[in-house]
Write a protein that binds this ligand. Structure first.
Ligand SMILES: N[C@@H](CCC(=O)N[C@@H](CS)C(=O)NCC(=O)O)C(=O)O
Length: 220
């Protein structure tokens, strides 16, 4: 099937966790794609906040995808991932483990938990650890505690598969959503000493071809 597909464009930046998740899904499904790298900032031609990129994503962030096969443009990693699944994962390689109402909710609740909670808490922890102009220990403590609370929730879920995958049974797009955010735990000043199953799961994810190839395509 991939032979008949024109390459999608994945708009990305070489750092940051969000574009690489989408690359993992494309790799897992053997969908051809080209990576277009942007810089952060307002450069009109090269920057994510510049006029050229804002025509693709008015929110000025990566990832975004453009699909010449359908004419669809998507942004927000969750919307990109779900578009790719709807259009290109007819055999359900990376989607929910079954088609019962509970299976679908089990998939979506972890996806939304990453997008609405663990990701933003990690993002704020990183911000107050590395980037805020003034030291703000109070904010750093709060977001660090919130990130650990999310890790506790994830550790509990991983008990169901012995650390093999977030949805028991097989690796899905949910694992791709979490992997780049959790992988950067030490950059955020966090430790996995109390989260052995997260540590195990990260190690297993690191051995997967689609994960290695996605990092290679995005980060080189
Ligand atoms: N909720 C968005 C977040 C996207 C996001 O924050 N992307 C970062 C890179 S990982 C970015 O583009 N930052 C550039 C900026 O903030 O100017 C998603 O899931 O796609």
């Amino acid at each position: 099937m991939a032979g008949h597909i024109k390459p999608l464009t994945l708009h990305a930046h070489s750092s940051g966790p969000n574009p690489v998740k989408v690359a993992m899904a494309l790799e897992a499904l053997h969908i051809p794609y080209e990576v277009k790298q942007w810089e952060f900032g307002p450069d009109p031609k090269k920057g994510v906040k510049g006029e050229t990129y804002l025509k693709i994503n008015e929110n000025g962030r990566v990832p975004a995808i453009e699909d010449p096969n359908t004419g669809v443009t998507a942004w927000e990693s969750g919307a990109c991932m779900n578009y790719i699944r709807r259009v290109y994962d007819k055999g359900n390689v990376i989607g929910p483990s079954g088609d019962s109402a509970q299976d679908l909710v089990d998939f979506e609740k972890w996806e939304y938990f990453l997008l609405s909670t663990l990701g933003p808490m990690m993002g704020q922890t990183n911000w107050f650890k590395h980037f805020n102009a003034e030291k703000n220990e109070n904010a750093l403590e709060r977001y660090t505690a919130q990130a650990y609370r999310c890790y506790d929730v994830l550790e509990g879920q991983l008990k169901k598969s012995g650390g093999e995958s977030i949805i028991p049974g097989r690796v899905t797009a949910v694992d791709y959503h979490f992997e780049p955010w959790v992988r950067s735990y030490s950059f955020a000043g966090l430790s996995l000493d109390n989260h052995p199953l997260i540590f195990k799961w990260l190690g297993l994810m690191n051995t997967r071809e689609e994960v290695k190839e996605a990092y290679f395509r995005i980060r080189g």
